[in-house]
Write a protein that binds this ligand. Structure first.
Ligand code: SAH
Length: 213
């Protein structure tokens, strides 16, 4: 996979765009500046890889908009060595950003084709998350609890099983809503049965669906 000077130049501009939109965390901006997003896109869309837009990645799914990836990552307050569950591997781009920040990532995808494709790509790029093919609504009870949980599809309501897999002191970031759009929520687990919720603006994700495909 070639990463040309042109790609690098476009990426630098993309970082500026995202910064202008309000992303402050230098580590996240650096990760976006480093990661070749064109690797994660279907060949027909490579020319668009450094626009701040979402694009189709097959199986009716999309690679999230870079700003959205940066926003969710910032909200997640990732620290080095954090154990993170990502729901919706999709293209693998968000997963690679979390790994660049030094996290240990468990990523789950319900679409078999995407699971296989992103597993092959990330492995080829020498990224080593733990890959799972399954329904993210159930989470990964045998691998939790997690410091952070990041849901990258729009959930109709807060997935209960995921809350119980969050460490006390941990945070879940999840877009909540239907096909018309979702409100970004951060949920902090502050005690055994105590959670604190905050809202962080409106977004448009593909829906979080039940079961495997
Ligand atoms: N993080 C991805 C975003 C992909 S879009 C990226 O960086 O490209 C959201 C993804 O969530 C899609 O691939 C979709 O198939 C997946 N998804 C939807 N519902 C799911 C569920 N219940 N469990 C796991 N993955 C799910």
């Amino acid at each position: 996979m070639i990463d040309s000077y042109q790609h690098k130049g476009l990426r630098k501009k993309l970082v500026e765009v995202i910064q202008e939109k309000g992303i402050k965390d230098k580590r996240i901006l650096e990760a976006i500046g480093k990661l070749p997003r064109h690797n994660f896109m279907d060949s027909g869309f490579i020319g668009f890889a450094y626009r701040d837009q979402a694009f189709p990645i097959g199986s009716g799914q999309t690679i999230s908009q870079p700003y959205t990836v940066a926003f969710q990552t910032e909200l997640l307050q990732v620290e080095k060595h954090n154990k993170i569950l990502e729901v919706g591997t999709g293209s693998g781009y968000q997963c690679a950003i979390l790994l660049e920040l030094g996290a240990k990532v468990y990523t789950i995808e319900r679409q078999r084709q995407l699971y296989l494709k992103s597993r092959a790509l990330l492995t080829e790029m020498a990224y080593k998350p733990y890959f799972f093919y399954g329904d993210g609504y159930a989470g990964l009870p045998n691998h939790g609890p997690f410091d952070k949980i990041l849901v990258t599809a729009g959930a109709p309501e807060i997935p209960e099983k995921l809350l119980s897999q969050l460490k006390i002191g941990g945070r879940m970031v999840v877009p909540i809503g239907g096909s018309g759009g979702q409100v970004m929520k951060a949920i902090d687990r502050i005690g055994e049965d105590e959670y604190k919720e905050s809202e962080h603006g409106y977004f448009a994700f593909v829906p979080m669906l039940k079961g495997k495909q």
